[in-house]
Structures are given as C-alpha cells and as structure tokens.
Design a protein around this ligand. Structure first.
Ligand code: AAL
Length: 417
C-alpha cells in the first residue's frame, strides 16, 4: 500500500511537470539562451529552418559556410588587358609531381569578341563570345599564387572533328594512373543558335601531356525535348563508389527566362558510355559546376543564376542536394583544389582554396576578356579560420555606386514623382 502511494505521487509529479513544460514551450517567450531543448519548442517556420535545415544555428559553426577572399594571380600575361587574351573557367586544381596544376579556357585572338547576339559577324578569326575560338591551356605553380603557363594542352582539332570551332571549360580526372580532360567541344560559333555543344575528352599518361583526343562525343546531349538537348556544359569529374561521377550543367526553358540546372552522369569507364541519372537535373541553380567530397557526401558551390544562387549545397547520397549555407562573394566558375577528388573518399575533407574567374576584366566590345584569380575559404573539416566564418562584407562604396540606375530606370523613377 505504501509502495502504491509512492507510485501515485511520482506519477502525478511527472504529469504536473510535463504539463508545465508544454505550457512553457507554448506560452513563454522564446529563450534568450539557446539550449538543447530549444529545438523542440514551438516556433516560427523561419526559426525552425535554422534548427532543422542547417548543421548549426550559427554560420560560424557551419563547416559548409565561408567567406571568400581573393588574390590577384602572378605570372599570367594579358597583352596589356587589350582584350586579345582571355583566360577563364579553370578546372579543379590538382597536386602532382610536387606542384599544382590547373587547366583553363584560353582565347588568343586578334580581335575582341563580337558578342553572342552578333555571332553572325564572327568568322575564322573573329570570335563570337569570349570562349569562342578558344583552346585548353595549362599552368603550374609551387604555391598557388604565382603560376607559370606551360602551353596548350588541347588545341582545336581540324574541321569537322568535335571541338573544331572551340574547346573550352575543361576539368580533370585521374583514374587508374591516367589523366582525362573533359571539355566542351563546339562545332559552331557559340551564340549562333545558343551556346550549343556536347562534351568530348582527351587522355594522357602524365598531367604534362601529350594529350590524345578521343575524337568523339563522350557525353551526349539529351534527346529532343529533354532539358539538356542542346548543351552539356562544365563537365566536372569526381570518383565515388568505385565509379566516375561527372556533374554538368545545362540551360533550358528558352525563350522563357532561361533556367540552369545541374545533372550527373556515371560510368566505370572514363570514356563511357555514361549513364544519365534518372532524376536529372539534380540542382536547380548555379551557372557553373564545382563540387567536392565532404564527409560521406558531396558539396556543391552553387554560384550565380537560379532560385538558390550563392549557396553551398550538400548531398549525402551524391544526388539529393539540400542548401547547407548562403554565402556572399561566391567565386565565379570556381575550380577548387580538391585533394580527395579521386580517392573515392568515404570522409571527404573539404576545400580551402582554388582558382575562379572574373569575366569583366575589360569592357564589352572594347577590350572584353576574363582573368583567373585565386580564392581562399574555409569549407574544410581540417581548418578552423574564424575570419572566414564572419558574416557581412563591407564593400568599398564604389562597388555600390557602380551599380547605379540606368537612364531608363532613372526616367521612370523621376516620372513617378
Ligand atoms: C561558362 C561555362 C561554359 C559556358 C560558358 C563558357 O562560364 O558555363 O563555358 O559555355 O560560360
């Protein structure tokens, strides 16, 4: 009887307390100090997202959040920045033979591009876009800041071979001791109908080459009516699960506002055939493609364009991407140094630097060209740099004032007064 009384007492104490907890979480203010219990209380959708969608409630503790710091590269000549030399779309950086290697699109033409809209004015020597009439070049570096251009890796093949008009936007794979460069192979001046091209490849025994072109399309455009029917851009290989994973991007939904999405092909043979993932497109945003193994999954730097631009995304299963963070000053067309790109890592370590490009190193029609630059960040499990985890960049005022209203906008505003 005594025991029964004790039991009743304990039960009523627990019931009373749990009622109190409920009451607290429903009626009391959101707490000043966040504790482990806070995540379980009732809260707004936005606050819930902070607890449920991100690895940490503060960007500072989010391994997939970072600032990006930029450094001008030494060692590249741009002909006085007159627009006749352009370097853009760097590959990921790899470390071989005691130095870093990068491959990129290089245009060296006697005139500047006429622009996609005027592509009809292009010819055998006049480029349409900044990447028209380009070739794939490479450079090496001891420290990642000063680079030495080594020469052409993949020249344009003779007409009508795939890539005869331009070979661009390459990325590197190391697979079973051999090296593979995947790249866009243009068979018409970009801009004539769109930025249309498939992907082809070259292979070599050494990152120094010589490179043998496979002379055929390696990643085909999609069938008629498919999202990627016209273009496979930015092929980006990684090794996962004993297979070659190549992520890419395509643009679709024209003539409506264009939509860019990212797809995936896989194969256990570097020259294919490649199988397109049935869920493609896997990402809904990001003009260029840049990923790195992270923990058991893969992270993507999602740059400009699309609803989720300027985010870092993460796919634990290498397929289904979630937003891991929202960032500022995200590098354009980043080619990160990814030490575990080809090791089939089960616990990817992340990245701390790479090369990216600025496409506005000149002015349209005058001296338009792109330059390569270095970015640094902390998207790494092995580095903890609090400066990289700060939020809020204070740009120089001219960054804002250079984004002034155009004449038409100003007129509209003045009229409404
Ligand atoms: C880039 C890349 C591809 C496109 C063009 C040149 O940034 O997405 O390479 O074709 O723009």
């Amino acid at each position: 009887m005594k025991n029964l009384l004790y039991l009743l007492l304990i039960c009523s104490f627990i019931a009373c307390n749990s009622q109190k907890d409920n009451k607290d979480s429903k009626n009391s203010s959101f707490p000043y100090t966040i504790t482990a219990q806070t995540a379980n209380r009732e809260m707004s959708t936005a606050m819930k997202r902070s607890f449920k969608n991100y690895s940490s409630i503060h960007p500072r503790n989010n391994e997939l959040y970072s600032q990006f710091k930029y450094t001008e590269l030494k060692g590249f000549d741009y002909n006085g920045h007159d627009g006749t030399i352009s370097r853009r779309d760097p590959s990921k950086v790899i470390f071989e033979n005691g130095k870093y290697y990068v491959w990129y699109t290089k245009r060296e033409t006697s005139t500047t591009p006429v622009g996609a809209k005027n592509a009809e004015q292009s010819n055998d020597t006049i480029p349409s876009t900044d990447w028209d009439l380009s070739e794939i070049w490479y450079a090496t570096s001891k420290d990642g800041f000063t680079w030495k251009e080594q020469g052409v890796a993949v020249p344009r093949p003779p007409k009508p071979e795939v890539g005869w008009r331009a070979v661009t936007t390459t990325d590197i794979l190391k697979w079973k001791g051999k090296y593979y460069l995947y790249y866009q192979g243009f068979m018409e001046a970009s801009g004539k109908r769109g930025d249309y091209c498939p992907v082809t490849a070259s292979y070599a025994d050494s990152p120094n080459g010589p490179w043998t072109p496979v002379g055929k399309i390696v990643i085909e455009n999609g069938p008629e009516g498919a999202w990627d029917q016209y273009a496979i851009h930015d092929p980006y290989p990684l090794v996962h699960d004993g297979k070659i994973y190549i992520y890419y991007k395509s643009a679709f939904n024209r003539p409506n506002p264009v939509w860019v999405g990212g797809g995936l092909v896989t194969s256990d043979n570097p020259l294919g055939p490649f199988e397109k993932h049935p869920l493609n497109p896997l990402t809904s945003s990001g003009h260029e493609v840049s990923l790195f193994p992270f923990k058991e999954g893969v992270a993507a730097i999602t740059v400009k364009d699309g609803t989720e631009h300027f985010t870092i995304q993460y796919a634990k299963d290498w397929v289904n991407f979630e937003i891991a963070s929202i960032c500022e000053l995200v590098p354009i067309a980043p080619g990160p140094f990814v030490p575990d790109a080809f090791t089939d890592a089960k616990n990817g370590r992340g990245i701390t630097w790479g090369l990216s490009h600025f496409v506005n190193a000149g002015q349209n029609r005058k001296n338009q060209h792109s330059i390569l630059a270095r970015f640094d960040c902390d998207l790494s499990l092995d580095v903890d740099d609090p400066v990289m985890k700060e939020t809020g960049v204070r740009h120089n005022l001219d960054v804002y004032f250079n984004q002034g209203l155009n004449k038409k906008q100003k007129e509209r505003i003045l009229k409404s007064n």
